[in-house]
Design a protein. Sequence first.
Length: 331
Amino acid sequence: MSVFIIAEAGVNHNGSIELAKKLIDAASESGADAVKFQTFKTQNLVSKDAKKAAYQKETTNAQESQFEMIKKLELDADTHRELIDYCKAKEIMFLSTPFDLESVDLLSGLGLEIFKIPSGEITNLPYLRKIGALNKQIILSTGMSDMSEIKDALDVLVGAGTNKDKITVVHANTMYPTPMEDVNLRAMLSIGDSFDVAFGYSDHTLGIEVDIAAVAMGASVIEKHFTLDKNMEGPDHKASLEPSELNAMVKAIRNIELALGDDIKKPSKSEIPNMEVARKSIVASKKIAKGELLTQDNLSVKRPGNGISPMRWDEVVGTVASKNYKEDELI
């Protein structure tokens, strides 16, 4: 099955529909399967006096509150409809992460088939229960969490009515950008093994190599932030890929998918013609007369490989020549 690649636009539209559409264009052109935004009602998401994260203070106006920053990035219901229609025209799936109960209702009403639960909501019981009751496909992000919290969240989702085979748990690290030494990609495999669940990786590192490694390790979902320009004002642009990098990531992932193949070791179609050229056969190392004994002294192993295999050397040594041989002639 093909890796499901989510190009995460998030809030990198900076509140502009036109910029959001340009992000959809870039995601569609990259070959990603889906483009994902974020759906929230600011007053339901953030307390008026909530502080910004350190990375947000560095990339936005430090005097502005988290509430003020997020309010500018809120998309209303009509904008959602417009972006969904635009995604259909561009033949890419529209996804959005709901950050509050009202937003879950909005997205459900708009017909979304996949619900992405962000890392910050993995301990939000009412929220998990509401999404679990929809019985949709779920992608559960696990940044900042440990195995017991993942188990608890899965129990709530399944208990609320979603079959576990509809849930993909993605390993993540909630730091923008994530330092390489904090990625801990092997934890993704622990999640898959411990909970017998589909697994993937949501990436906040700079670059694309960790995403490629995750696919090689068996990730079925990859999510990656992208932007049109890393230097734009806004909290997430700096830790996002630009379109050329997104294109390179998708291409690399598709190549790795092809390269993984099946688990049977056998000559491939492309290398079979080279077997005769690269392998060797038993040949005469000097002139040999008919009736002469074949020995280590008058035999050698040389290319091409269309004669007797050198693996049969012991069978040939000690037999009698049935004809005259020139030097280098195949036995």
